[in-house]
Design a protein around this ligand. Structure first.
Ligand code: ATP
Ligand code: MG
Length: 420
C-alpha cells in the first residue's frame, strides 16, 4: 500500500520544488510485450479500456509511445486516477511521474520533489536511463550528480543502492525527462476484449463472481447468465446478482446479464427425478440453457465458479456427468483453489460483502438432503429419458430477460494494490 501525500517534508528551503507535483502516470504493459503479432491489437484494446476508465477524469489525456502509455493528468487527482487504472487488466505496473524539460536544473528539482514528497522514505537510489544520447551527461554521471544534489538539499535521507525505500527513476527521452517513483503493481493479465467472450454462470454466491473476475484477467469479456426461481428465491436474492454484475463492470466495463426464469423447470425436475439425482439434472439443464444462449450470442465458452471437491456437485464424478451435456469449453478458474483463497480475492475485488448477504439462491432452496456425490451416468440417462423437459426448457430460454450494466462513473473506495 502506498500512502500519497503532497506534504513536502524534510527539505531544505529555497529549492523551487514547492510548485512541483506529479503530473503524469506511466503505464507499463506486462505479458503483452511477448505476444508477437497480436501485440498491436492488445495495445489498442488496452488503450481503449483505459480511455473508458478515464471517462471520469475529463482533463486527463492518454497517449502512447512505442513501449508505454502515459496519462497526462492536467490537474486531475493522481491518487484517484492511479486507483482506477489499477482495475484495468493488461498493466504490469504504474508509476507517478513528473515530466520536466531536458534541463539539468529541472531534473534536479523534479528528483528532489519525488524524494521528499514521500514522507516515509529514509533511503533512496537514483537510476538514470538516457535513451536521448544528445543529453550531455551520461547515466552514471547523472546518478552521481543527482545523488549529491539530493543529499545536500534534504535532511535525513541516505543512499541505499540495494534496498532503497524509494527508487527514483530518471528517464531522459527525446521529448522530455520523466522522473518517476512510487511504482505500484497493475492488475496484470491481458486487456479485456482480446481473447473473446465467455458466458459466466453467475449465482449470488462467493465463487462465481471471482471466477468471472479471473476469466476477465485473461482478457475475456463477460456476459452473465443467472437462473432465477421465484417465488422460491426472492427479489432480494436477485438483487444480489445485479449488484455483483455491477461490481464486475469495474474490470469489464459493460456486462450483459441474462436472467432465466427457472422455476417451472426446477419444479418439474423435483417432481419427476429421484431426489438424489435432482441436483445433477438441474445442473445439466443449466448447462444446456447456457450453451443455447451462448450459441445465439456467438459466445464460445462457459465459465463457472466450480472448485474441485467443494460440494456434492463438484466431485469428479458429478463434474463428469454434468459436463456431458455440452461440448463447449467450460472455464473453471477456481478449480484448484481453496475456499479461503477465493474469499480473499472476493474481498479485494469488492464482491464479498454482496455475496454474503443472507438470501437464498435457487440451488439452496431445492437442495436435496442427500445429493449423490457419485451420480451414475446410466441412471441419469434413464431418468431424463422418462420425462419430457423440452417444453419447460424452451419456455426458460424464451423467457430470458437481459439487462446491461455499465461501469458507474464514480470513484470507488476499494484499494487493492497488493492484488495477485
Ligand atoms: P457460488 O458461490 O458461485 O454460488 P457454490 O460454491 O455455491 O458457487 P454451487 O452452488 O454448486 O457452488 O454452484 C456451482 C456453480 O454453478 C456456481 O459457481 C455458478 O457458476 C453456477 N451456478 C449455481 N447456481 C447458479 C444460478 N442460480 N445461476 C447461475 N449460475 C449458477
Ligand atoms: Mg451457490
Amino acid at each position: 500500500m502506498y500512502n500519497f501525500s503532497r506534504r513536502v517534508t524534510r527539505i531544505k528551503r529555497g529549492n523551487g520544488v514547492d510548485n512541483m507535483q506529479y503530473d503524469h502516470i506511466v503505464i507499463r504493459y506486462g505479458e503483452m510485450s511477448l505476444k508477437g503479432k497480436n501485440r498491436k491489437h492488445f495495445i489498442a484494446q488496452l488503450k481503449e479500456n483505459l480511455q473508458k476508465k478515464l471517462f471520469e477524469f475529463p482533463d486527463a489525456q492518454l497517449y502512447k509511445t512505442r513501449d508505454r502509455m502515459y496519462i497526462q493528468l492536467n490537474g486531475e487527482n493522481h491518487e484517484k486516477v492511479m486507483e482506477r487504472c489499477q482495475e484495468v487488466f493488461g498493466i504490469q505496473s504504474l508509476s507517478l511521474a513528473i515530466k520536466v524539460p531536458n534541463d539539468l536544473d529541472e531534473i534536479k528539482k523534479g528528483s528532489l520533489y519525488a524524494l521528499t514528497e514521500n514522507k516515509e522514505a529514509r533511503t533512496f537510489k537514483i537510476t538514470t536511463k538516457r535513451p536521448n544520447k544528445q543529453f550531455p551527461h551520461g547515466s552514471q554521471e547523472m546518478n552521481q550528480i543527482l545523488g549529491g544534489y539530493l543529499l545536500s538539499n534534504s535532511e535525513g535521507y541516505q543512499v541505499d543502492v540495494h534496498e532503497p525505500d524509494v527508487e527514483i527513476r530518471v528517464e531522459i527521452r527525446h521529448d522530455a525527462a520523466y522522473i518517476t517513483s512510487r511504482k505500484v503493481p497493475g492488475a496484470g493479465g491481458l486487456p479485456v476484449g482480446t481473447t473473446g467472450k465467455t458466458l459466466l454462470l453467475l449465482s449470488g454466491g462467493i465463487d462465481s463472481p471471482v471466477a468471472g473476475y479471473l476469466a476477465m484477467k485473461r482478457g475475456v469479456s463477460l456476459e452473465a447468465i443467472h437462473f432465477f426461481s421465484p417465488p422460491y428465491t426472492s427479489e432480494r436474492a436477485k438483487q444480489k446478482v445485479l449488484d455483483l454484475a455491477q461490481v464486475l463492470t469495474r474490470y469489464g466495463h459493460d456486462i450483459k446479464l441474462h436472467i432465466v426464469p427457472f422455476t417451472r423447470l426446477q419444479q418439474k425436475i423435483y417432481q419427476y427425478i429421484p431426489e438424489g439425482y435432482a441436483m445433477t439434472v438441474m445442473r445439466r439443464m443449466m448447462l444446456r440453457i447456457g450453451e443455447e444462449l451462448a450459441k445465439k450470442r456467438s459466445i464460445l465458452s462457459l465459465t463457472t465458479g466450480e472448485s474441485l471437491g467443494q460440494v456434492a456437485s463438484q466431485t469428479m464424478e458429478s463434474m463428469n456427468v454434468i459436463n456431458e451435456v455440452t461440448n463447449y469449453p467450460i472455464i473453471r478458474p477456481l478449480v484448484a483453489m481453496d475456499k479461503l483463497e477465493i474469499i480473499d480475492i472476493s474481498k479485494k475485488i469488492g464482491t464479498y460483502d454482496i455475496s454474503i448477504r443472507p438470501y437464498e439462491d435457487c440451488c439452496t432452496v431445492f437442495v436435496p438432503k442427500q445429493p449423490k456425490t457419485r451420480p451414475r451416468r446410466e441412471k441419469i440417462h434413464q431418468f431424463e429419458d422418462q420425462v419430457d423437459f423440452s417444453k419447460e426448457l424452451q419456455e426458460a430460454v424464451d423467457g430470458i430477460e437481459t439487462l446491461t450494466f455499465k461501469e458507474e462513473q464514480t470513484a470507488t473506495e476499494n484499494k487493492f494494490d497488493d492484488l495477485l
